[in-house]
Design a protein around this ligand. Sequence first.
Ligand code: G6P
Length: 494
Amino acid sequence: MSDERYDFVVASNRLPVDRVIDDDGTPNWRPSPGGLVTALEPVMREADGAWVGWAGQPDLELEPFDWDGIRIVPIKLTDDDLENFYEGFSNDTLWPLYHDVIAPPGYHRVWWDSYVSVNQRFANAIAAVSAPGATVWVQDYQLQLVPRMLRQARPDLTIGFFNHIPFPAYGIFSQLPWRTQIIEGLLGADVIGFQRVADAGNFSRAVRRLLGYSTKNPVIEVPARGGVPKRGVIARAFPISIDVASFEHLARSPAVQARAEQIRHDLGNPKTIMLGVDRLDYTKGIGHRLKAFGELLEDGRLKVEDITLVQVASPSRERVETYRQLRDEIELTVGRINGDYGTISHQAVSYLHHGFPREEMAALYLAADVMLVTALRDGMNLVAKEYVAARFDVDGVLVLSEFTGASDELRSALLINPHDIDGLKDAILRAVDMARPERRKRMKALRRRVRENDVNHWSQSFLRALAESRRDAGRGADDTLDDLEWTVERAPRS
Ligand code: G6P
């Protein structure tokens, strides 16, 4: 293991690259799925920092290496870790709990024990690669104990944490048998970022209820304990975004525009193309969307000759039982709708159970007259922002669930409650029938919002808050953070 140290370190469960084996048997690296990577990768390249995380396969012992200007520090997860830490506690306890118990969370002590031990492994690895006085940015719900573990090992570090998923109301959070440990774990950070104002509020309330600390928005006062002086922890919203300019650049490319035409043609040039793009996850409300669409066809308010729904459902967490069941349910429903309403020449739903490269996504967004985002609960939903960024033609209608973080900003979308199937049906019809001037007006306003807060703005404001808290804590200025002009590359990478 090399003993290089870095002034800026990011940690997330998944590395920005997954290790894959090519057809000829050689191992290779490919950008990994998930919005997080898209959001942080450009910042990392600029900062010349290190990224600590898991390579996406069990039992891989890998040396740190450089990838496209980023130092990659792989963490090994064993088969047991995958079962208990990743599929268990992260994705079968925290994920459903934090998404308002849409699916029932499992509470198992072996899962918790594994969560503690993997978090400790991450904390140790981060401590080992962080230079004295470095800034560390820990990402997401899989690593909530890391801030405290790291502070204990390395009080010289400035530590940020960002929660990419919702933080639930206390009535729900309090179900968690290890609720106090999680809160204390997070409070090891100097700045804790959330997607929505409501999430930060839920967290502060949990701190007051469980630990009795006083909070004065956005500061939480952590009293002196065990020789550590009292500290102020900032907990507030920093809504995440995407690399807007590079997405638009991609959509404007002649190849992507030609591909969008081709997609329309291949679908039989229907009057309307609707699009859904999600990880195949029960939080995304794919079933609600299909129900509304199926009923509209049944009622005769939409005709299969006129409209096609393209549903991209990228495979996710396929060894977790709830996800397997969901796949069966969705595929049964798609089959029924197509069987009941399709004709030889017109398919109602074009269902694609795989991920696509960014170019193909941009072409799909351009081809789609109506974008359906019907999540039952979603931290942000970057797909909504990608759709808006891609529509340089200032056209297309976004139907957006009010249960997404994105709905706080994208007020000019057609906002819907996905549980209200009649309301959803009406919104779909309104989107399909919307006249060009209203489409244009709404999309213009959406594009203004998305441009104002791109991923560059998100990371800058978080890191500025972190630099301020570092000064307040008397740890001095941070040259890395202070000197950097954070600018995201404008052109897409080849
Ligand atoms: C969400 C989470 C990320 C996660 C991604 C993909 O966006 O917030 O932390 O990486 O889903 O999920 P996976 O379990 O495949 O990493």
